[in-house]
Design a protein around this ligand. Structure first.
Ligand SMILES: *Cc1c(COP(=O)(O)O)cnc(C)c1O
Length: 875
């Protein structure tokens, strides 16, 4: 029978147990093992049945058990200690507060993301982007950084994955009742739920409630359109993550960006929280937040252009997408329909909005509205998520800054990190605590960059490391058997045919993990390229390997589902099924067991399509070695002391098929000749000394680097603080001044010219250490020397006279203007490098409120023939 209405009956906790409810509602339990242990002891069986979810647990414990605990002195002492610990965590000064004393850090930062992966108990993520956002909030909390997270609450989250008998992915969308989730409604002082509202075409309105999840010290606001005031269509705006068509997606993104700013304002009004000085958008999806803030400022009396400048100053945009096809783009027409007088942001000219998302570069689609392009135009600061991805992004978006070399495109990079307390197995943490104490271990894991704290790993005995690895591997083996059994039952197998599962995987065999979403670039099935060879590796008599695979394909991606099916069918083969498994429903709960239990984490994307990748970092923190293509973070930090690089055939003009062949062969070779022999090789004491040393090097070298604490610190120091300072400098008058100046410079720029360049030496060779003097005559049109910088740019030149590793020196205005309105600039040029050397001069706009001189995308260089003396020296 189906219920016609659904309620959640809340438990009534005895007075003495009230602190349990605070502990359950603050998601810090998700990265604090002691709090979880406390919940487990409330009722171990129900704890396991709840999947380790305190809210669910408390909803299911019988009153008799609660009454018993309320009298249990020992339990009450532990409860009081846990509650005190949380209070200390919430109120004490942390890194940010100490750092604030030195430089003026932002009062608050709003962090917007379409998904947040904080715990399996709040399944509001699909993969890496969401988990990263969750780790960002947790690390911010640990550091004391005043973030406010902003996202959506999806009624079905992403989807749960099962398999059909023949290995085809099935999607399920269980209903998530917010009353059973670790969230509370944000309320107005009169007790009514706080709501935000958006205008829709045709005068309809979209209402959304605001839920609050407490992530340690950081509040996370989640907007939910499933409220009674909405029509059926509008109620389903927040039904699923990445489901539905284009309009559905646009509405989600409008709700996230525009509604999100309104939710932040409401939250600050209701709680007295400081208003954000910086808005950070995690990928382009939340980009409409900039439009809402422009509208706020317009209502306060600023014109569009000045408001745009004010908004840009305090906005940070992070791109995660290394391929144009991965970017969110909408039909221009669709966007136009949702803005303007009869829809949302009625007082803003729709044309101005459309222009922000226009692909104005060669090859751009005039009829599409590009969210990443808008993100870059609405944020004065932007970044990619690894060094390599920074390069790729500067290249990919260079069309927006014509005239600049890609390396000058103003997109920097902050390499992603992971939240160690979430991803490090309790056993690993305990080993650290035994070595240097719990407090120092916690410190090493949260603050980031503390290499000294990680050096203690060198002191840990080989035997201890190897025992730890064995324990973790064995736990994984048991977990895999349980999951596999459940999966086969679900696929329709009877218990009698599943006896073999008890023999699946071996706790002493080299264990390789591969789990991730299944877009084609991640190449789930590369390992199947040569099945015979893979089978030999799996069944090797002395050096066998075993592989655990998991991953979800996007529901609309049949190609991805075919890859999963191929893998499942291979793993179903009785000859190898004890050595390779596919586990359905990859998510945080599985991941937390999988990373620690593997010896090797495999990653074989098509380089450079993995923007960063983070699963390998989580594995590394548990002493698992990485075997990966040099892509994303691995390209940056790989060293042969602690891992392996799979050679790639990118950039060689090789077709994809051939490339897969080459790279798969390289993978098999590595596994067969390097990885497996090292794992099974035994030294004098009977231990794999060289393997253990690699584990140690992994922890010591990567430990301090891969942390989300390091990442958030970088965001604070390199992006948030400069953005907050720019925001403070951008008073309404300053914004008007900057907007007017930009308009004037853009209009005058065609008349800016470099007319003539003279150098003091005419020789084609010169000596290291000598100095040339440069004299440059320029025309500035209606501009004055205050509006520009004239630079000498010099450096090593390549065979096509391109200047590599260029340094720029400002030249000084000597005299002018002459009768023809020309100015002379002068300055020295020191020849400080041997070998082929070259220089050029250029003119750039210059203003104190610009973040970089490339910001306007304007630059003037000398035309052919403007140089009087030899321009290229020392050939
Ligand atoms: C870390 C993580 C990811 C992202 O891993 P990548 O290496 O970026 O592919 C995806 N899903 C889950 C559950 C994770 O924990």
């Amino acid at each position: 029978m189906k219920a016609i209405r659904r309620f959640t009956v809340r438990p009534v906790l005895p007075e003495a147990l009230h602190p349990l409810s605070d502990l359950a509602r603050n998601l810090r339990w998700s990265w604090h093992a002691e709090t979880r242990d406390l919940f487990q002891s409330v009722d171990p069986e129900r704890w396991a049945a709840s999947g380790g979810d305190p809210v669910r647990l408390l909803g299911s414990v019988p009153p008799a058990r609660l009454a018993e605990l309320a009298e249990d002195r020992r339990f009450l002492r532990r409860l009081a200690a846990a509650a005190d610990d949380l209070t200390d965590y919430m109120s004490g000064d942390r890194w940010y507060q100490f750092r604030s004393a030195e430089s003026d850090l932002p009062a608050a930062i709003a962090y917007f993301s379409p998904e947040f992966g904080i715990t399996a108990a709040l399944p509001q993520y699909s993969g890496g982007l969401g988990i990263l956002a969750g780790d960002h909030l947790k690390a911010a909390s640990d550091l004391g950084a005043p973030l406010i997270g902003v996202g959506l609450l999806y009624r079905h989250g992403y989807f749960r994955q099962t398999l059909s008998r023949d290995g085809w992915q099935q999607e399920h969308y269980p209903v998530l009742d917010p009353n059973e989730l670790p969230v509370v409604p944000l309320r107005e002082p009169d007790g009514t739920p706080a709501q935000v509202s958006l205008g829709l075409p045709g005068g309809r309105r979209l209402q959304a409630r605001v839920w609050l999840a407490q992530v340690g010290r950081v509040p996370l606001l989640m907007l939910d359109s499933d409220v009674e005031e909405n029509d059926l269509g509008e109620r389903s705006v927040t039904d699923r993550l990445y489901g539905g068509g284009s309009e559905h997606r646009l509405l989600q993104e409008m709700l996230l960006g525009i509604g999100g700013v309104r939710a932040v304002r409401t939250y600050c009004r209701l709680t007295g929280h400081a208003e954000p000085e910086v808005f950070h958008t995690n990928e382009g999806h939340a980009g409409f937040l900039g439009l809402e803030r422009i509208a706020e400022l317009s209502d306060a009396g600023l014109d569009f252009d000045s408001a745009l400048e004010a908004v840009r100053a305090g906005t940070v945009f992070t791109t995660h997408t290394p391929v144009p096809a991965g970017i969110d783009r909408f039909d221009r027409e669709l966007v136009a329909r949702h803005f303007g007088p009869d829809a949302e942001l009625p007082r803003i000219d729709v044309e101005r909005i459309l222009r922000l998302g226009m692909e104005t570069y060669p090859g751009g689609e005039p009829n599409l509205f590009n969210m990443a392009v808008m993100g870059l135009r609405l944020g004065q600061r932007a970044n990619g998520v690894s060094l390599l991805h920074g390069n790729v992004s500067r290249e990919m978006f260079s069309g927006l800054w014509p005239g600049f070399d890609p390396d000058e495109v103003p997109i920097t990079s902050v390499t992603n990190g992971v939240h160690a307390p979430t991803w490090v197995a309790p056993e690993v943490f305990r080993l650290g605590a035994r070595q240097v104490g719990a407090e120092r271990t916690e410190d090493a894991m949260t603050v980031g960059g503390r290499t000294d704290r990680w050096e203690a790993v060198a002191e840990i005995a080989d035997q201890e490391i190897w025992d730890l690895r064995r324990v973790l591997r064995e736990q994984l083996v048991l977990e895999v058997r349980e999951r596999l059994y459940a999966a086969w039952r679900q696929r329709g197998a009877g218990t009698a045919e599943l006896g073999w599962i008890e023999g699946v995987l071996d706790p002493d065999v080299l264990t390789i993990g591969f789990a991730r979403r299944v877009p084609s670039y991640k190449r789930l099935t590369l390992m199947l390229r040569d099945r015979d060879r893979l089978m030999e590796l799996l069944l090797h008599p002395d050096h066998p390997i075993q592989i655990v695979v998991a991953g979800k394909a996007h529901p609309a991606d049949d190609g991805g589902k075919r890859l999963i099916q191929e893998l499942v069918r291979f793993a179903d083969d009785p000859r190898v099924r004890h050595r390779i498994v596919f586990l359905p429903d990859y998510g945080m709960a599985m991941a937390q067991k999988l990373y620690p239990g593997c010896d090797v984490w495999l990653n074989n994307p098509l380089r450079p399509l993995e923007a960063c990748g983070t699963s390998g970092m989580k594995a590394a923190l548990n002493g698992c070695l990485n075997l990966s293509v040099l892509d994303g973070w691995w390209d940056e930090w790989f060293q042969p002391d602690f891992g392996w690089a799979i050679p790639t055939a990118d950039g060689a003009g090789t077709d994809e098929d051939r490339r897969d062949d080459l790279e798969a062969a390289a993978l098999y070779d590595l596994l067969e000749q390097r990885v497996a022999p090292r794992f099974y090789e035994r030294g004098q004491g009977g231990l794999p000394d060289r393997w253990i040393e690699m584990v140690r090097q992994t922890l010591m070298h990567l430990g301090p680097k891969v942390l989300a604490g390091r990442m958030v610190r970088e965001y604070v120091e390199r992006l948030y603080t400069p953005a907050a300072h720019a925001h403070r400098a951008m008073t309404p008058d300053a914004a008007r001044e900057l907007a007017a100046w930009k308009a004037r410079v853009r209009a005058a720029w065609p008349a800016v010219t470099v007319d003539h360049v003279e150098t003091s030496a005419a020789t084609a060779t010169a000596e290291l250490g000598s100095t040339l003097s440069l004299r440059v005559r320029v025309g500035l049109g209606d501009l004055s020397p205050d509006d520009v910088e004239v630079q000498a740019v010099s450096g090593r030149v390549d065979t096509e006279d391109g200047i590599a590793d260029a340094t720029a020196t400002a030249l000084k205005p000597g005299g002018g203007p002459d009768g023809e309105g020309r100015w002379v600039y002068e300055g020295p040029l020191s020849l400080d490098r041997t070998g082929p050397f070259g220089y050029t001069v250029r003119i750039l706009p210059s203003h104190r409120l610009l973040a970089t001189s490339a910001e306007l995308g304007l630059v003037t260089v000398p035309p052919e023939g403007a140089v009087e003396e030899a321009g290229v020296l020392m050939r």
